[in-house]
Design a protein. Structure first.
Length: 297
């Protein structure tokens, strides 16, 4: 019978190897969208770690094992994952490349959530004007100063910034108006964004406010109502618009009266949350609903 004895050197070698094997390894992969705004899912395939630290390269971090992250702007982001075990750490990094969006997108941020809006190329003057104002931070800290349940929420009056509770709002603007851009492919379906304007004989051309806009909530709409609007206004709704009205609701009586220039594509529930707030006799929310508007690039 052979008996082997470990030498002191062998024991030390095993101890060193054991310590080396106990070090954490940091490894990850990712998948998801590659155009802003992009949802990216990170899969952590690290080994021998007790906790993790993520740096997504855009200022945000996480300590979740396999987090999901939303990139709001295009660019190249250096993503770092640090795997931790006791006092030992290992870090690895990869470059995540996010391309610009295919469409003109803006995000309206509120305390009730965010709305992602696609501006329509069929209304280029309204599209470009809204993008310009958003880039200049014109809308930031302004209020949704007029909110009517079952109808819409309106904002964009520069006088609403830091406005006192009793201050009358709704007459302000950037000092210019825009020509109406009525197109058959756009209607006042729920989630549509449209330009406010002065009404009546003072504005026969139906020119739009340079900055004030509203987002439609509306009410259920039937085929009979759409037929009536077609007869009264001399218009013809496409099958797509009819189906959208019947599915989502809206305010068809405003069609061809106010310029629709985009629609909410994410965050429709925010519309309903805002229209539930308590308002005063002028339809102004009792508690301010402040907006921040950013262009997705």
């Amino acid at each position: 019978m052979n008996i082997r004895f470990l030498t002191i050197g062998s024991v030390l070698t095993l101890a060193i190897l054991s310590a080396a094997c106990s070090r954490p390894t940091a490894l990850f992969s990712y998948r998801g969208e590659d155009r802003a705004p992009a949802e990216v899912q990170f899969e952590n395939i690290s080994e021998n770690a007790e906790s993790f630290e993520w740096n997504f390269g855009d200022g945000d971090t996480s300590m979740r094992v396999s987090p999901e992250h939303r990139y709001m702007e295009s660019g190249e982001y250096k993503v770092q994952l640090t795997a931790i075990k006791g006092k030992k750490k290992r870090t690895t990094e990869k470059i995540v490349k996010i391309e610009p969006p295919k469409f003109c997108l803006v995000e309206i941020q509120t305390k009730f959530g965010n709305m992602l809006i696609q501006l329509d190329d069929a209304t280029p003057q309204h599209r470009d004007n809204f993008l310009k104002l958003a880039d200049e931070s014109f809308f930031d800290s302004l209020l949704f100063h007029r909110v009517i349940s079952g109808f819409m929420l309106q904002g964009g009056d520069p006088a609403s910034k830091n406005a006192s509770p009793r201050q009358a709002l709704g007459a302000g603007g950037p000092g210019y108006t825009l020509p109406a851009e009525f197109v058959d492919t756009l209607a006042h379906v729920k989630g549509s964004i449209a330009a406010a304007r002065r009404g009546g004989a003072a504005n026969p051309q139906k020119r739009s406010s340079g900055s004030q806009f509203y987002i439609v909530q509306g009410r259920p709409v039937s085929d009979a109502q759409l037929n009536q609007m077609e007869a009264e206004k001399g218009i013809r709704y496409s099958r797509k618009i009819r189906e959208a009205y019947k599915e989502l609701g809206g305010t068809p009586f405003l069609d061809q009266e106010y310029t629709v220039f985009g629609r909410v594509i994410e965050g429709m529930e925010v519309i309903d949350k805002i229209t539930e707030v308590r308002t005063d006799s002028r339809d102004r929310p009792v508690e301010d609903v402040i907006m921040i508007v950013r262009v997705i690039k």
